[in-house]
Design a protein around this ligand. Structure first.
Ligand code: G3P
Length: 219
C-alpha cells in the first residue's frame, strides 16, 4: 500500500520524506488554510521534497472554472494530481483532464456509486472519507471494501485512496483490504510506530547489553 501524507505542513513532509516512507502528498483547502501560506509556494516546495503524486484541490464548482484552475495547477509540476469534488461538473472535468493525461483525484466520496462514476470518468484516484462516515455512525471501512470489490469486478484502474484517516486501525484495515493508498495525517504516522512493549524491550535490551561489558565496534 502506498502511503501519502495528508498535510500542507512542509516541515512535516520534509521529516517523513527524509525517512523515505512517503509516496505522495494530499492537500485540501482546510489544510492550506491551516498552513497559512500561499498555495502555489506550498505546492512547489512539496514537489521538491516528495517524488510522487501531490494532490491539489480546485476551488471552482463549474466545469469551466475547474478546468481553468486545473490547468494552472497542473502547470506547476507533472507531479500535481488535480483534486476535484465528486459532482456532475467534477465528473465532466475529470473526463476532460484524464483524456489529456492529467491525473485526477475525485474527492469527498461517500458512497460506492460515486466511486463507480469517478472510475468511468477516468479518475486516477478516488478518495472515500472514511473518518467522516464513521462520525455519522456508519462504517467507513465497509465503503472501502465495496469500492475495491466493484473495481475488481470490472478491472477499473482507478486507485482507492483511503482518506479522512483518524486512527492507526484505519491504516491497518485499509492495508488488510488491499486499498491502493492511505493518506495519513502526520500525527497518525507518529502513532503508527509507537508501541509500549517496543519501548520497554529497548530499555531492557540496553540494560542487559551494558551488563555484557562489550562494545559492538571493538575499541
Ligand atoms: O484527505 C482528506 C482528509 O484530509 C479529510 O480528513 O479528518 O478532515 O475528515 P478529515
Amino acid at each position: 500500500m502506498k502511503i501519502f501524507l495528508d498535510t500542507a505542513e512542509v516541515e512535516d513532509i520534509r521529516y517523513f520524506a527524509s525517512i523515505g516512507i512517503i509516496d505522495g502528498v494530499t492537500t485540501n483547502p482546510t489544510l492550506i488554510h491551516k498552513a497559512a501560506r500561499p498555495f502555489t509556494d506550498i505546492l512547489k516546495e512539496i514537489c521538491q521534497l516528495v517524488n510522487g503524486s501531490i494532490s491539489a484541490e480546485v476551488s471552482a464548482t463549474t466545469k469551466e472554472g475547474m478546468l481553468e484552475e486545473a490547468y494552472y495547477l497542473a502547470d506547476i509540476s507533472p507531479q500535481i494530481t488535480i483534486k476535484l469534488p465528486t459532482t456532475m461538473d467534477g465528473l465532466a472535468t475529470c473526463k476532460e483532464l484524464s483524456n489529456k493525461g492529467i491525473d485526477v483525484n475525485m474527492t469527498l466520496i461517500f458512497n460506492a456509486t460515486q466511486a463507480l462514476l469517478a472510475a468511468k470518468a477516468g479518475a486516477r484516484y478516488v478518495s472515500p472519507f472514511i473518518g467522516r462516515i464513521d462520525d455519522m455512525g456508519a462504517c467507513g471501512m465497509d465503503l472501502i471494501a465495496s469500492i475495491i470489490s466493484i473495481y475488481d469486478n470490472y478491472e477499473y484502474d482507478t486507485q482507492v485512496l483511503v482518506a479522512s484517516v483518524r486512527t492507526v486501525n484505519h491504516v491497518a484495515e485499509a492495508a488488510e483490504l488491499g486499498a491502493d493508498v492511505a493518506t495519513i495525517p502526520p500525527a497518525i504516522m507518529h502513532a503508527m510506530i509507537q508501541h509500549p512493549l517496543t519501548d520497554l524491550g529497548i530499555e531492557r535490551f540496553a540494560i542487559d547489553w551494558k551488563k555484557t561489558g562489550q562494545n559492538i565496534i571493538p575499541k
